[in-house]
Every structure is written in C-alpha cells, then in structure tokens.
Ligand binder design. Sequence first.
Ligand code: HEC
Length: 139
Amino acid sequence: MKKITSALVALGLGVALSASVQATSNDEAVAERIKAVGSVCIEGDDTCGGAAAAPAAASGPRSGADVYTAKCASCHAVGVAGAPKFGTSEWTDRAGKGMETLLANAINGINAMPPKGLCADCSDEELQASIQHMIDSAQ
Ligand code: HEC
C-alpha cells in the first residue's frame, strides 16, 4: 500500500511538474507573441538605436574622380588599346567632339571602349562626371 501511495505521489508530482513547465513555455510563447514589434528611439538619445539610428551613409552620385579611379583608370590611365590617356592632350582632341557625343559613346561603347566603361552600375550622370574629370586632366 505504501508503495502504491508513493508511486501515486510521484506520478502526481510528475504531472504537476510537467504542467508547470508547460505553463512556463506557454507564458514565454505568449510574451513572444505580444511583444512590441519595434521600439521608439528619440533623436539625440544615444542609449538606443545605435548604428541603425545613425543617418544613412551618404549616397547619391559618386564624383567623377571616384568613378574614374574605380572604373576607368584601368584603361585610361595608361591608354590601354588606344584609350585616350588621362592627363594628356588626347583628351583635348576628344573634347572637340562635345560632351553629348562622348557621353553617348561612353554609354554605348565605341571600338575597344566597352559600354559604360564596364561600370554597369554607373548612372549617366556619373559617367559624364568621370568623362569631365578626364577632359579636365588634359594638358
Ligand atoms: C577596357 C578598357 C576601358 C575602360 C575600363 C574604359 N574605357 Fe573608355 N575607352 C577605351 C578605349 C580603348 C577607348 C578608345 C575608343 C576609340 O575611340 O577607338 C575609349 C574611349 C573613351 C571615350 C572617348 C569616346 C569618343 O567618342 O571619343 C570616353 C568618353 C570614354 N572612353 C569614357 C570612359 C569612362 C567614363 C570610363 C569609366 C566609366 C571608361 N571609358 C572606361 C577603353 C576603356
């Protein structure tokens, strides 16, 4: 009889335990479900937000010099395959064609000059700025 009682107590305890475990995980599940979707960070409060609250890095068009260095210099710095060379009068000659023509040829490519100078993500504005940068380099 004693054995049965303790077995029942153990059983009861086990049920109670598992019930409370169940309750805990339910509470957590509820807390997870009803938690705030976001939080408000007041401007000037450094204790919250962190990097996310910092103003986005300056985007917008890259400068002609930046685009030239990153994308065009590989050919135009030394004159690969007849590319008009940076810092030389070759650009004075090209400038005679007018920016409209130069830009169109840069966008579409001309002879060994690949379309957009291989800068697929360059806007027309950025291409024009980099062309101007090369024209300005002419001596
Ligand atoms: C793979 C090499 C290469 C790259 C990279 C390159 N160019 Fe060129 N580019 C050339 C060559 C070669 C020519 C000469 C084409 C010709 O007139 O026969 C040229 C010519 C030009 C011309 C003169 C077009 C004309 O009508 O006379 C412009 C403008 C120009 N490139 C702009 C750019 C710009 C802007 C970039 C960077 C975004 C760039 N290029 C990147 C090879 C290149």
